[in-house]
Design a protein around this ligand. Structure first.
Ligand SMILES: [Zn+2]
Length: 364
């Protein structure tokens, strides 16, 4: 955009825009392209984000293993490495491995570029303002551990932590769904969760647990016992672990369940239809509450799973009012397995470059 364009879009005066641009330029965050464009008067230079000015470190911590990635300020992945670990090793041991891997990666790929910030995806509910996971989750031993403070001390830069589904919806929107201001992402993997974009921003609710639909109750499915201790939770019917349980092979991973499905195993096909309808009940309720423009389904079980999608579609159209479904888009996620790294990086970039915070970040 040109300086005149920035003045028009922000409504700020010419001196104010010039002053703000000087701050960003001295921080190396913008560059002027050699190309000039017509702007009424003499041709103007185009101002661009200098995405190479800082590195973002992105962590995608899963139950078994952690991906560590480096990106630029547009969340383009530069390099990544997989750390072999398990969350059950506890926060101190796992964070130590994550920090060492990130430092090695920076030293190898971009030793001269300063780290601007860090984004972290956790497979658990996250109390967003505090940067830690809270309550029951697969992250046994992490309840209340100050993950953000630990990483902030190690790297000396701002750290932002969110649960995985919020980061999936963020990545999906940035990369493939920027036309939607109201987007619901449903992740079906071992467990089930959802993330929500409202008015173009992640909606976390009061403390960060919005969208936790995996532990809402679905009736008429036999009230199986859930991992959380309750009975009849959605994920106890339709989550990957529940499908494996129903196949009487509880050790099956979501990927293995999907392999059976693709082979046409009749038991799995029947279970998947059932799971799709249970999921559809919960999603239909969410549609009535939230009126999203689009619902995207992803996760290891949900990705490109037409059977599951059919159940969701059936129930959503059956249960919701016509106004809510009139222009509703239902589709599969387009994210690759790097989706969470991208989401974690987008989280950090969005927070660092937020107009209300960028001054603090740049030490102004
Ligand atoms: Zn539950």
């Amino acid at each position: 955009m040109t300086r005149t364009g920035l003045e028009a879009i922000t409504g700020l005066s010419r001196p104010t825009v010039a002053e703000r641009l000087a701050v960003l330029e001295s921080a190396g965050l913008i560059r002027y392209s050699s190309k000039r464009v017509a702007s009424g008067g003499r041709p103007a230079r185009v101002i661009r984000l200098n995405e190479k000015a800082r590195l973002i470190v992105a962590f995608d911590l899963a139950e078994e293993g952690c991906r560590v990635g480096l990106t630029d300020l547009r969340a383009n992945l530069i390099e990544q490495v997989l750390v072999d670990t398990a969350v059950t090793n506890g926060p101190k041991a796992v964070l130590k491995q994550m920090i060492a891997a990130a430092q090695d990666l920076v030293a190898k790929c971009a030793p001269d570029c300063p780290i601007g910030g860090i984004g972290v995806s956790l497979p658990a509910s996250v109390e967003y303002g505090q940067g830690r996971s809270v309550g029951w989750s697969v992250m046994v031993g992490w309840d209340g551990y100050p993950v953000r403070d630990h990483l902030q001390q190690a790297f000396g830069v701002p750290v932002f932590i969110d649960n995985d589904v919020n980061l999936l919806v963020l990545a999906e929107r940035h990369l493939y769904a920027s036309e939607f201001e109201h987007l619901l992402f449903v992740k079906v993997g071992t467990g089930i969760g959802s993330g929500l974009i409202v008015d173009g921003r992640i909606n976390r609710g009061a403390v960060g647990s919005a969208g936790d639909i995996g532990h809402t109750r679905v009736s008429g499915y036999g009230d199986p016992v859930c991992r959380c201790g309750n009975v009849g939770c959605l994920e106890a019917v339709a989550g990957g672990w529940a499908l494996a349980r129903d196949l009487e092979q509880p050790e099956l991973s979501p990927a293995e369940v999907m392999r059976f499905m693709r082979r046409g195993d009749a038991n799995v096909l029947a279970l998947m239809r059932n799971a799709g309808r249970a999921l559809g009940e919960a999603v239909a309720f969410a549609v009535s509450m939230l009126n999203p423009e689009a619902i995207v389904i992803g996760g290891e079980i949900g990705q490109n799973n037409d059977l599951l999608m059919a159940g969701v579609r059936e129930l959503v159209y059956q249960r919701s009012l016509p106004l809510a479904t009139k222009n509703l888009v239902l589709r599969h996620s387009q994210l690759s397995q790097d989706g969470l790294l991208a989401g974690a990086a987008f989280l950090a970039v969005d927070e660092l470059l937020d107009p209300d915070r960028v001054d603090a970040w740049l030490g102004q």
